[in-house]
Design a protein. Structure first.
Length: 218
């Protein structure tokens, strides 16, 4: 019996020794003293005081403001899409006027030169302008006046004659537009604000327009 007890006791002691050694090798867990917490004591309770991150809560904008935002975004898009064309139009007009004045063209030669420039512009800008919406077209008419100081009706009349100008004016009326529309910085303050933002940005051109067209006509 003593033999059995001795042989049973040895494994038990070995097992206990293993656990004792394991516990001795495990570092004791101590609170992290590097972190300091602020607390508030209320009666017998001690509560941690912490500052939570701010959460912004926004209510739905009133319908009038939502409408104004939609109108503004629509106008910004239209100015961005049409302003390069207005700048190029101004450059083309300056080029044509300067060339005609210096060349002393006859009436027929002048007409042929203008027709050649018209065909050139159609090839370069026709697809882009045809993709403009009616609203963008109205904005373009205003911007052309801003850049040239002349309304589209008088420009067509000067270049193509009064008959063509009246035809295009009729077409414009059909689509709810007017080629004689002018530009006033106070009345068109929203457009003016967007244009000034564009002009203050050195990259306001589309690179394609700048490299291929703007330098060519200015």
């Amino acid at each position: 019996m003593k033999f059995l007890e001795r042989h049973v006791t040895i494994p038990v002691l070995l097992i206990c020794g293993v656990f004792t050694l394991a516990n001795a090798q495990t570092p004791a867990m101590h609170p992290d003293s590097s972190q300091i917490y602020f607390t508030i004591v209320q009666g017998k309770d001690t509560l941690i005081w912490a500052v939570l991150p701010e959460v912004d809560v926004y209510a739905d904008a009133p319908p009038r403001l939502q409408k104004r935002v939609r109108e503004w975004n629509r106008l910004v898009n239209a100015v961005y899409a049409t302003y390069p064309y207005a700048r190029i139009a101004a450059g083309v007009l300056n080029q044509v006027d300067g060339h005609i004045d210096s060349a002393h063209y006859s009436r027929r030669e002048r007409k042929e030169y203008i027709k050649t420039k018209e065909q050139e512009l159609k090839q370069e800008f026709g697809p882009g302008i045809e993709d403009l919406s009616i609203y963008q077209g109205k904005v373009l008419i205003k911007l052309i006046y801003r850049e040239t100081g002349t309304d589209c009706y008088d420009i067509i009349k000067e270049m193509k004659g009064g008959f063509n100008a009246r035809i295009w004016q009729t077409v414009a009326f059909v689509f709810g537009s007017n080629l004689k529309t002018g530009y006033n910085k106070e009345e068109d303050a929203d457009i003016e604000s967007i244009v000034q933002q564009l002009e203050s940005n050195p990259y306001y051109y589309d690179a394609l327009y700048y490299s291929r067209y703007y330098r060519k006509y200015n």
